[in-house]
Structure formats: C-alpha cells, structure tokens
Design a protein around this ligand. Sequence first.
Ligand SMILES: [Mg+2]
Length: 320
Amino acid sequence: MVHTILLVDDEQAYRNAVKRVLTDDQHRFLEAASGEEALALLESNTVNLVLLDLVMPRMDGFVFLEKFRGNGHWRAIPVCVMTAWSDGAKRRRAIELGADDFIGKPVDNVELETRIKSLLRMSQYQSELRDMNAQLETKVKERTQHLQASLDELKQRREESTRDSLTGVFNRRFMWEWLQPQLKHAQRHKVPLTCLMIDIDRFKDLNDAYGHHVGDEVLKHFSRVISKNLRESDIVVRFGGEEFVTLLPQCNLENGRIAAERIRQAVMHTQLPSLKTTQLTCSIGVATFDPVKPITGQKLLKQADKALYKAKNAGRNRVV
Ligand SMILES: [Mg+2]
C-alpha cells in the first residue's frame, strides 16, 4: 500500500530534504508552501499523514491546524509538526490544536523515518478498526431487522391463530384460553361474569335466498354491530356458523340483559342493502357466573345455550 504524505513547508530546501529520507515506492509526497495550499490539496486527495511546518507566510501552521481539525473528514489523519522551536508553550498549543507528534529542525534522517513509519502504522490500525466497527454495525443492524421481522411474523401468526378469519372476532380456541383465568379472577374478587349466546335468526333461509356471499357479508356486519355495543373489556367470539358468544367481565345478570337487549335492537335497526326487505334479527341467551356458586366455563356456556334455545322457541328476536 502506498501512503500519501502531505508535506507543508514554505521552504523548498526543507521539503527536498524530507523527500530524500523516504525514497522507497511505499510513499508518495504532495507538497504545499502554505496552509492554504495544504487545505486545497486535502480537498482533492486522500492523505495518510501531514508533515507540518509552523512558521509560514499567509497561513501559518497554527491556523492550518485549527481549520484542518475543524473538518470531521480529516479527523483521523495524523499530523507531525516540524519545528526549530523548543518553546514548550508553542508545542503545547500545537498539540492542543490537534498535532500528534513533533520533530525538531534541522531534521535528523533516522528520526524522521521512524516517526513517519510509526505514525502511518498507527493510522493504519485505526483505519482498520474503523472498518471493522462499520462492518459490525452493519451486521448488528441486519440482525436487528431480521429479529424484528421474525417478531412481527410471530405476532401476526398469534393474531391469526386467535381470530376468526371471516369476521376478525376471536375464535373458540382463544375463548377457552381467555375464560379459565377470567373465571378464577371473578371468583377470587367476588365479581360476576356474564355470557351472551347470540344467534342470527333463520340464517339458513337467508343463505338459501341470497347465497353464501351475502351470508358472509351478514356475518361480518353482525359481528361489527355486536362489537360496537360492548365495552372494551368484553370479548366477542364466533362460536359456530352463525352463533356468537360474548363474555362480559364484572357484569351481573341484570346488566347483561340490558347489554343483550341493546344488541338485539341494534341488529334489528340496521339495514343491509343486499338483504333488500329481509329484516335481520337475532335471539340471545344470557347466563351469569355467580362467584358465590362458581361453575365451570363449559357449564356457563351450556346455560347460555339453554336460554338461547328458549328464546328461539318463544318466537325468536328476543332475549332470555
Ligand atoms: Mg517555515
């Protein structure tokens, strides 16, 4: 690898002296007679090391250092100051402005050669480190993206496995998972939980008359009407074909009946254009989990189903 060294000195004789020290093909020199010229060369060249004189006309070494270190792109380029001064305050100032090393003038050849080589080696290591760091960052970013994608997919699958694909309300599997801890909670905190079993009246006739496409539309519409008339803590489940279950935590029988009645009326008062003159109605069976006389989830559902059966037998479009 050929290293480019920017030689900044207003005296040609010094520049030549330095160039004579390193004549191998590993080094290439760019020459500037002032800080201004040096900055211009830095703009258009990749430089690995700057050798800098301090006393120069126009822009001296201090002003150059200030401008040079103010540019983030050049932060990693080492600077070795060449000076005849042994003045400590000036040396300190140069270091504070961003110089990395010093070499006295007149230049000792062996010293110059070893300084240059050691500074170039250090800058090489640093650049390798930066590259590795960048690679690592890219890898971490890729992994993170990959993980996020997997997580999203998992969430999506979980969501799909708990929902009815047609209506988007919960499925039976989710309901049983949800109900068990809810009943335990209700019993422990002595609060009721009410179950509504809701069935669309004469759904089979409707399907026969309008076709399955309209039947599906009715089911989606129906589940939306139910959801709209419940609280956020209640859940809606598609239990069977046209049968839905809603579970209302912390709700007693009386309030459950009120909710059921609200749903029944809402269903009756919505119109689906594709149903033309057919009136959509539903029957609802209500059952409540009493924390004083706890029953299983299966039993609760069975009681709601019995009530629904009664509502159907009593002429449909009613709450029992
Ligand atoms: Mg000079």
